[in-house]
Design a protein around this ligand. Structure first.
Ligand SMILES: N[C@@H](CCC(=O)N[C@@H](CS)C(=O)NCC(=O)O)C(=O)O
Length: 234
């Protein structure tokens, strides 16, 4: 079965967490909206009767159409050995992914604190304030939490010796924060040696390495979640 991933074609965004899992798994998939008339096909899926997704990303797997990033990863994780097999283990990594989902929204809100429909240019002063609080309070709290989990397990990955989709998502978080806030992140990295090491290990995994070097990896840009605005970087 070839999966169909539906996501905005110009950005990594939330689709990237799904792409990384599919790439690591070596799963066959098509990034539908990047093809001809793909965005129209994506919009049509959201207008369908039955169980339409609210927003991209969503994944078509045979007859199933699965929305919400963490829900998609729950599905992929179980089918491609990227999650523990026990019920407790599955729920644990799903819980961690939902925490990452919360963090991703807070990252987005650094540049769009007043709302996603307004232009960044119309919310710059609030964005500056929000970003300052984000780096003082929220980054240390979220990344400190994941750093502690890594340290407690003492393994290569968050749950120990075995890679899960959560590790792939944390790679993306470190990569994205480095792009969006190079100065702030450089100063902060001394506090998260475990996550920095995890980022390196993920980047070196053969399937991920090949993916990152390919055209399938869309470069970071100022339409995505991680945006590099110099005025917000300190
Ligand atoms: N909680 C959802 C959020 C999905 C989401 O916000 N998708 C964005 C793109 S990254 C979108 O297109 N949203 C349309 C909207 O909210 O109207 C997830 O994690 O997948």
């Amino acid at each position: 079965m070839k999966y169909e991933l539906y996501y905005w074609p110009e950005i990594q965004g939330r689709g990237e967490y799904v792409r990384l899992a599919l790439e690591e798994a070596g799963a066959a998939y098509v990034d539908v909206a990047r093809g001809a008339r793909g965005t129209a096909a994506m919009m049509k899926m959201m207008d369908a009767n039955g169980t339409p997704p609210f927003a991209p990303p969503f994944l078509k797997a045979g007859k199933l159409v699965i929305g919400q990033t963490a829900n998609i990863l729950l599905y992929i994780g179980a089918r491609h050995g990227l999650a523990p097999k026990t019920e407790a283990g599955k729920l644990w990594v799903h819980q961690l992914q939902l925490t990452i989902t919360d963090f991703v929204l807070e990252i987005h809100d650094t540049h769009h604190p007043l709302g996603p429909s307004l232009y960044y240019e119309d919310q710059k002063p609030v964005a500056k304030k929000r970003t300052a609080d984000f780096w003082t309070e929220r980054v240390p709290k979220y990344l400190g939490y994941f750093e502690q989990l890594l340290e407690n397990k003492g393994g290569a990955y968050v749950t120990g010796r075995k890679l899960t989709y959560v590790d792939l998502s944390l790679f993306q978080i470190v990569d994205g924060l480095r792009y969006a806030f190079p100065g702030r992140m450089k100063a902060f990295e001394a506090d998260i040696p475990g996550l920095v090491g995890l980022h390196e290990r993920i980047a070196a995994r053969p399937n991920i390495k090949a993916y990152l070097a390919s055209e399938r990896r869309i470069p970071f840009n100022e339409q995505g979640i991680f945006r590099c605005y110099r005025e917000l970087d300190g």
